[in-house]
Design a protein around this ligand. Structure first.
Ligand code: PMV
Length: 360
């Protein structure tokens, strides 16, 4: 299989059509933080795929009469035409054109909405970019029905990566590894691959409740955050630690070593934040309520012999992770103890999902 994804597209003549996909968000267990051009990770990462937090995208396409190499598209987001999203999509099309040359041959109407509230502090770039990439691959498939299923999903992940790095982990599989790692078969810096090992029953249907501490815009964009890893005094050791952590988490996921899993996942989250605290300029991305929640999680875990743990994105919100068999108790703990630390008492229950779904 060619890994550069520039296979000539025989281009059947397709005048117009419509494709639609739903793709989820994902939450990293071992974090990706630091990248090099073109959107390649400095270290491998692994994530849980979510289910309830997702984006639905429909792309209607019609062949253009002019062939000027320009891109022609409209975006309708949550029922409204969104001019503000255009520059991002324009840039995405520029980046991917060499792999999907048909993008300048059609006019696209992109209609999209998210299952989670717009200003919830949940990044929509992973689900948004992966949904659009799946749609583009469905169009490629109509132009070239010969492409294999493996090629289809890998290239979708490859395109999504060029839109937003972590989006490549939102395409296929309940656990996804992105970044070449010697112990993960077929892993690549170019796209995400489903974690193919069997996982212990305790990790099946794993739960994730997102505690919305801060629904505002992120204080530091991930683009800026990744850049701060260039020349960071601890960058090299952080990148090799992530490689080691992938090896470790692989064994924990297989054997069901949940205590070790918890320690690794929480340490990864705090390490990501420590990188931001020790960069130049430095940032604190947690809020007082983030710390209140973390302390309550630790106390609850000790008092109840529970297996709940937390992870964090590059922001103040907390992802509370727990096995399905604790669901009922943890939900009442969230309602009575944790929701008061969330903005407008807002949290979202989610769980392990399986990736993109084609919508008919
Ligand atoms: O995909 P980006 O560029 O928004 O970076 C995401 C980085 C983290 O969410 C903080 C970690 C990760 O691996 O998803």
């Amino acid at each position: 299989m060619t890994e550069d994804f520039k296979e000539p597209i025989p281009s059947l003549q397709v005048a117009q059509g419509s494709v639609a996909w739903q793709t989820p968000s994902n939450i990293a267990l071992v974090k990706y933080w630091g990248k090099r051009d073109p959107q390649l990770p400095e270290n491998p990462s692994i994530s849980f795929t979510l289910k309830n937090c997702h984006t639905n995208t429909k792309v209607d396409f019609v062949k253009r009469t002019i062939t000027d190499g320009e891109f022609s598209f409209d975006i309708i987001f949550e029922g409204e035409k969104k001019e503000a999203f255009k520059p991002k999509i324009q840039k995405f099309f520029e980046r991917i054109q060499e792999y999907v040359p048909f993008v300048s041959e059609y006019h696209f109407t992109i209609t999209s909405d998210n299952s989670f509230p717009h200003s919830s502090g949940i990044a929509s770039s992973a689900s948004g970019m992966s949904a659009l990439s799946m749609c583009l691959m469905s169009i490629e498939k109509q132009l070239n029905p010969e492409i294999s299923e493996t090629y289809f999903y890998r290239k979708a992940s490859f395109l999504a990566r060029l839109g937003s790095g972590s989006a490549c982990r939102s395409v296929k599989g309940n656990l996804v590894v992105w970044g070449a790692h010697p112990e993960i078969a077929e892993s690549s810096d170019l796209y995400g691959v489903p974690f193919s090992e069997e996982i212990a029953p305790i990790f099946e249907n794993y739960q994730d409740t997102i505690l919305l501490v801060d629904k505002g815009e992120k204080q530091v964009s991930s683009t800026v955050g990744h850049q701060l890893m260039h020349g960071h005094p601890y960058a090299a050791s952080r990148f090799s630690q992530a490689v080691e952590n992938i090896s470790k988490i692989k064994t924990f996921l297989k054997s069901g070593a949940i205590k070790e899993f918890i320690a690794l996942v929480e340490s990864e989250a705090l390490t990501l934040h420590a990188m931001m605290m020790t960069s130049q300029p430095y940032f604190i991305l947690m809020k007082p309520n983030t710390l209140e929640i973390i302390n309550k999680i630790w106390a609850y875990r000790a008092e109840n012999d529970s297996n709940i743990c937390f992870t964090l994105d590059a922001g103040a919100n907390v992802h509370l992770l727990y096995p399905e068999n604790e669901k009922e108790k943890v939900h009442s703990f969230i309602e009575t103890e944790l929701s008061i630390h969330c903005q407008n008492n807002h949290f979202i229950h989610d769980e392990l999902g399986y990736g993109a779904k084609e919508m008919k």
